[in-house]
Design a protein around this ligand. Structure first.
Ligand SMILES: Cc1cc2nc3c(=O)[nH]c(=O)nc-3n(C[C@H](O)[C@H](O)[C@H](O)COP(=O)(O)OP(=O)(O)OC[C@H]3O[C@@H](n4cnc5c(N)ncnc54)[C@H](O)[C@@H]3O)c2cc1C
Length: 480
């Protein structure tokens, strides 16, 4: 055993004008950055790398500080003795033409079109996911679907509002049967808070297509319209999603990137960020700073510390870690899907994916792997080894139980924990984030971006677009 997803809001933090940019600083005891303007990028995930990529293109000097010993954050591809798997089931969405063109240019022929749909495992059956009306009808039967129709009608007529929480939204939009079977348990497993405390924003992206218009179109036009709302076709790098970060890093250049460099303090004078402390010892003076680390972490490391009410708000923001359990198998294939969702509480994992259905290069010839995703709270277990054994055994036994794999096919296993994989979007999150942003607005040389910096369910294309947007704002050039 080895250890090893709305349009972007433009928040006030993204409005620092170049006129406010401080003059180049010269050494005050620590290492000093040079050039007329210099960008210090905190975090070397996709957000940090996208900033570096666009800064280089704009001729802006920059340095990326990354805590880990590798780049890419939560969007990497791991290797285990020839078996490759991504840090969670990833796909590149072709939604922003400029970003798609940039990724195509970066990856060239390494980026391929993949056709593998996603499905949902419920009561021993596989159902298309995102939920597709015709397929749902086949699985549930006409009678059940009729009941669903009446539930939706009842919900619309009797409920005064959809409600501002995910539970109200799901019951109002899809009726009790669909909501309870497929949406509420799943969301609670993933986010770890009751659905009545969860923002509808948390799941809305996944539910597109399950509406009356699509149902009628499918019923009349059949399968031709069906694929339009299923995530069957997507772009994917041949050697795994991590190739995007690798190519961005190549473009940034090794001299601009410092790995094993954890930001431990962000020193300020209440109006500007003056310096950052790395690994608890090196102090580096800064000019412009863009933080991509989780928003509460940034606030906690500010010195002087923010007022207690700001820190209390920061503490109320939550993130979910993700445990990945990979089973490496001596057989050519298990499923034909990209990802299978498991909404039932009997399964502790939320999804299982088979990397070689995204690209044949993800497994040695004739072999395959399955990767289960288990969402959990941020805190660490005091005995990581015991946790690993427990999760590997749980995943193994559940997949054997449903007949997907046989014990003798399992060659090896691995477990990986990804920190802050998902920002939890509770009903209070947008307001909390607004207040924290308003506090940070006073720092004229600080911007905050990235998925956990802005607490958005941002996808890769959003993150890459944000990088360009921030650099355009710093250089006062409008994004094309
Ligand atoms: C399981 C999963 C599946 C996903 N699937 C898809 C998908 O199919 N399609 C899609 O488009 N998107 C998907 N995404 C979203 C995509 O992966 C993210 O949007 C993207 O990785 C976010 O990048 P980021 O740089 O904002 O954050 P991160 O990847 O979290 O990067 C932040 C970086 O900052 C570093 N850092 C933190 N604190 C410090 C510090 N104090 N000092 C220095 N460095 C620090 C971290 O080590 C990390 O490298 C998925 C995400 C997950 C978790």
């Amino acid at each position: 055993m080895a250890t090893i997803e709305r349009s972007l809001e433009r928040d006030p933090l993204a409005t620092v004008s170049t006129a406010c940019r401080p003059a180049p600083t010269c050494g005050s005891g620590g290492r000093t950055t040079s050039g007329p303007t210099h960008l210090s990028i905190l975090g070397g995930g996709l957000a940090g790398l996208a900033l570096g990529y666009h800064a280089r293109r704009a001729g802006l000097g920059f340095t990326i500080y990354e805590a880990a010993d590798r780049l890419g954050g939560n969007c990497v591809t791991l290797d285990h003795q020839g078996f490759r798997f991504d840090s969670g089931a990833h796909r590149f969405h072709d939604r922003d033409p400029a970003v798609t063109a940039m990724v195509k240019e970066l990856l060239g022929e390494a980026l391929e079109q993949t056709d593998a749909p996603s499905q949902l495992y419920y009561d021993g059956q596989l159902i298309d996911f995102p939920l597709a009306p015709l397929n749902l009808m086949k699985s549930l039967g006409w009678r059940c679907l009729g009941k669903v129709g009446l539930e939706v009608l009842y919900a619309r007529l009797c409920q005064q509002r959809r409600g501002r929480d995910f539970e109200g939204f799901a019951l109002y939009t899809y009726g009790k049967t669909i909501a309870q079977r497929f949406l509420l348990n799943y969301s609670q497993k993933l986010w770890g808070i009751p659905c009545c405390e969860l923002s509808p924003e948390a799941a809305v992206k996944r539910l597109k297509g399950l509406d009356l218009r699509t149902f009628l179109a499918e019923a009349i036009l059949g399968r031709k319209t069906r694929t339009r709302h299923l995530d069957g076709a997507f772009l994917y790098p041949r050697a795994g999603i991590g190739t995007i970060a690798e190519k961005l890093a190549e473009h940034c250049g090794p001299d601009s990137i410092h790995v094993n460099s954890t930001i431990t303090k962000v020193l300020h004078d209440h109006a500007r960020i003056r310096a950052v402390e790395i690994n608890g010892k090196d102090r580096i003076d800064v000019q412009d700073v863009v933080s991509t680390q989780p928003l509460p972490h940034l606030l906690k490391m500010m010195e002087p510390p923010p007022p207690e009410e700001v820190l209390a708000l920061a503490r109320s923001l939550q993130f979910r870690d993700l445990i990945l359990v990979a089973l490496f198998l001596d057989r050519p294939r298990v499923t034909e899907t990209a990802t299978v969702y498991f909404p039932e509480t009997a399964f502790p994992f939320t999804r299982v994916y088979e990397p070689c259905n995204r690209s044949a290069q993800m497994s040695p010839p004739g072999q395959t792997s399955l990767v289960a995703e288990i969402s959990c709270d941020e805190e660490d277990s005091p005995r990581p080894g015991a946790v690993q054994e427990k999760w590997v055994e749980t995943v193994r036994s559940r997949l054997i139980q449903i007949g997907w794999i046989r014990p003798r096919e399992i060659l090896d296993s691995a477990m990986v924990r990804m920190k802050c994989a998902y920002p939890v979007l509770s009903v209070d999150t947008p307001d909390t984030v607004r207040k924290l942003q308003s506090f940070l607005h006073r720092f004229t040389n600080l911007k905050v971006t990235g998925r956990n910096g802005r607490l958005l369910h941002a996808s890769i294309h959003d993150i890459l677009a944000m990088g360009e947007q921030v650099v355009c704002e710093l250089t006062s050039v409008p994004r094309q």
